[in-house]
Design a protein around this ligand. Sequence first.
Ligand SMILES: [Zn+2]
Length: 405
Amino acid sequence: MPRIPPAPYQVATRGTSREINSRIVLNLVRAHQPISRADLARKMGVRRSAITLIVNDLLKRRAVFEGATGQTVRGRKPTFLYIDSRRRAVIAADIRASDTFLMLSDLLGKPLTGVVTFQTSPDPKQLVKTLAARIKALIAECPGIDACEGIGVVVPGMVEHSTMKILHAPTLGWRNVSLREPLAAATGLPVQVENSGRACALAQLWALRGDAPLPGDLVFVSVSDGVGVGVIIHGEVLRGRHNIAGEFGHVPLSLDGPRCACGANGCWEAYVSNRATLARYFGRAATAGPERASQRHFTVEDLIVRARAGDAKAIAAVETTGRYLGLGLASVINALDPSRVYIGGEITSAWDLIEGSVRSALSERALTSAAARTEIRPVAASEYPRLQGAAALVAAPAFAASIVA
Ligand SMILES: [Zn+2]
């Protein structure tokens, strides 16, 4: 994964290659648009003439376009630059064990279509077939699109970065599954595959706009059928030697706890996933492996509605999930000490009901009181953080600049 340069942006030097300079300019336009050439030159610490050359090249490549003219008190009015995301689309796919979500967005992650949902086939061949057909239908629905830059796919499992092969997806029961080649062959589009938690973390960096400072090291915890965790340290996605770094979902809270989809007992995921929360409410064991449609008539959202209506059992079920969420977060915070933790998933719509339980469990186990106060930021399911993550897989590499020495 290319590195997104930490703010403030590295200053280009004479030795900096033109390609890197043009990526830095693109990134600045993305973060600050609309922006004038003079402001770009100021932010990069280079002469106007150098910026003009790069911008002319980007205009020719249709990476940026000139928009409205700015207002100044006197003198020449500057023309503002924008990223040219018009008519250029990205396909975002979020594969979960239960359902797959699909959306078309522009290069900046703005949705161009509604979200399409269908049941995930546990057979990868069948899933690729369905996915390709749905993607073609979605593109056909958007006649205004000139170019589709590619497909970003997030999956609930560990992904080998170099090949994008899915090494292990416990909730789907997959090992060594490749979606990239067959999906590219079926659609004729380039495909990027990444672990959902990592893609979500990347998308949070990607979404920073203006002069917002980088939050520092950050963690994204995505709670759905399972638990995916993405970690960003020093502006870079943490992968580890075997592509499993950050798999806190399978760190045990208790050795004799409930059975997890990975085959072990007592993993964090087995306590806080949507399945675990529902199982707690219904007083049954959480199902391992792909969920059947017949079991899906009642969701965590339904449970939260009941909790808000005063159903004591529903309140207890979501609060208990909050407590386990906090206990697991303590492990994450004690291990990584990040500046900020994002939480995504349906359970965040009950944040006002569970925040107290999350915080008190975190306080019990965090190693210092300052660590217990680590910022936790819920990301609403309505923002589709996993689809934003999938879109960023395709869009971010086009903008991300290498760190300039
Ligand atoms: Zn597990």
